[in-house]
Ligand binder design. Structure first.
Ligand code: ADP
Length: 190
């Protein structure tokens, strides 16, 4: 079993690269953003609560996200592994998932951070907003999400760095070039 954390700021390409990793390694995609958007579209209690935070570009509270992820992990029998996309996004989330996995004799093998310059992130997200109408891909909310990433999420890097699981990958180039870099890093850890 291989468990990968795909980390990086909004717009760094986590979703795109996750899809390619799933195809190559047969992993299960666990995107907290996708799960939350699904909760919103189904109008669940969690969705109603999460929407307020997401529309403001803020993080959904740790307790809600952690419970949601732990529940999701129990839905699969004997998986090949998971790609955690957009999770953990705070040190508290990182600690919690570590405990939950350790309880099951499992672990995160590698934490990959996609590095992309800020101006490029903004232009990618503005373009995505125009193409898809995703409500948080609007300039002022994009800026807020980037600020939240720097202040609340970036410390997650230290957590994995201390355990020697952190690998930084250049997130600029073609989708295939970036994927090749990721595969090199994954192959080196399995
Ligand atoms: P992006 O990486 O482009 O911001 P996501 O789909 O991963 O896109 O996240 C969209 C929003 O969902 C975030 O701005 C946040 O409000 C919420 N969210 C997603 N994952 C988490 C998480 N792990 N913890 C808290 N909030 C989250």
């Amino acid at each position: 079993m291989i468990n990968i954390v795909l980390f990086g700021p909004p717009g760094s390409g986590k979703g795109t690269q996750s899809q390619k990793l799933i195809d190559k390694y047969g992993l299960i995609h666990l995107s907290t953003g996708d799960i939350l958007r699904n909760e919103i579209s189904e109008g669940t209690e969690l969705g109603v609560k999460a929407k307020k935070f997401m529309d403001a570009g803020e993080l959904v509270p740790d307790a809600d996200v952690i419970a949601m992820v732990i529940h999701k992990l129990t839905e699969y029998d004997d998986p090949m592994g998971f790609i955690f996309d957009g999770f953990p996004r705070t040190p508290e989330q990182a600690r919690s998932i570590r405990h939950s996995l350790t309880d099951k004799d499992l672990r995160i093998n590698i934490m990959i951070t996609l590095e992309v310059p800020c101006e490029e992130l903004i232009s990618r997200l503005v373009k995505r907003g125009e193409e898809t109408g995703r409500s948080d891909d609007e300039r002022s909310i994009i800026e807020k999400r980037l600020e939240v990433y720097l202040q609340q999420s970036k410390p997650v890097i230290d957590f994995y760095d201390k355990m020697r699981k952190y690998v930084a990958i250049d997130g600029m180039g073609t989708i295939d070039e970036i994927f090749d870099r990721i595969v090199c890093a994954v192959e080196a850890c399995i």
